[in-house]
Structure formats: structure tokens, C-alpha cells
Design a protein around this ligand. Structure first.
Ligand code: ASC
Length: 134
């Protein structure tokens, strides 16, 4: 099914928002300690992030999505659409970090989760620095 450029932007932003919500849950439990560590919750959050990371979101950067469309704003930089190899690098790094976090979260060690979470955060930031406008 065809997805309009406006919907592509909406869906990709929804994916990032949902991952951010789940990152926040892991951060609260494994990093800040503001919420008690619950292994099942952390594993569920990590699995949600990995599922989205593995879902092929690159398909939501089609023609016509280089700029905001209608009410859907995007902060993607123009370089994202020309530097395919660089994009592939940050995407693969993110994917691997997200899959590793899910694996580590399933095993349950909090310190290892904190470490793996940090690696995911770095991979998020790596893409933001290169391909997201402020
Ligand atoms: C998050 C979130 C991001 C990343 C980034 C890591 O929780 O919403 O965009 O982590 O801040 O540097």
C-alpha cells in the first residue's frame, strides 16, 4: 500500500516518539533509579525499541518527505537523502545497539543494561548530530 509523504513523516515521528518513551522508562529504572528496577518492564521496553529499530523505517523517507508537508513537520537534514552510505552506517549502528540492549535486558543484569542503554543513546545521538536539524 502507498503511504503519502505526509503520513510517512507522521509514522516515522511516531516511531521515534514511541522509542523515546521506552528509552525514558529504561533510563528511570537502570540509570537514574527514580523508578525501581523491574526486569520484565525493562525487557519489554527494550524489545519495543528493538522491534521498531528492526521494522525498516527507512521506507518512511520516500520522495516528498525531505521537507515538512502540511501539518507534519520534519527536522531531517537534506544530507540524509544524498549521503546513503553515511545513513546506512548510523542506521546499522543503531540497529545493532538496539538488538544488543534487548538481548542484555532479557538476561536481566542492571549494570549491563545501563551499559547497553548508553550505547543505544550514543547511536541515537550519532544520527541526530549528522542528520537532524536543531
Ligand atoms: C533518548 C531520546 C533520544 C536519545 C538521545 C541520546 O531517550 O529521546 O533522542 O535518547 O537523547 O543521546
Amino acid at each position: 500500500a502507498q503511504v503519502s509523504p505526509e503520513d510517512q513523516i507522521e509514522y516515522r515521528k511516531a516511531g521515534y516518539s514511541f522509542m523515546a518513551w521506552n528509552m525514558g522508562k529504561i533510563k528511570a529504572q537502570a540509570i537514574d533509579g527514580s523508578v525501581a528496577y523491574d526486569q520484565a518492564q525493562v525487557a519489554a521496553a527494550a524489545n519495543a525499541i528493538a522491534a521498531i529499530a528492526n521494522s525498516g523505517m527507512g521506507a518512511l523517507y520516500g520522495p516528498g518527505t525531505e521537507q515538512s508537508v502540511g501539518d507534519e513537520k520534519t527536522r531531517v537534514k537534506p544530507e540524509f537523502f544524498t549521503q546513503k552510505e553515511e545513513v546506512a552506517k548510523v542506521a546499522i549502528a543503531f540497529n545493532q545497539a538496539a538488538n544488543n540492549l534487548a538481548k542484555v535486558a532479557a538476561e536481566g543484569d542492571k549494570a549491563a543494561v545501563a551499559q547497553a542503554f548508553g550505547e543505544v543513546g550514543k547511536s541515537c545521538k550519532g544520527c541526530h548530530d549528522q542528520f537532524r536539524m536543531d
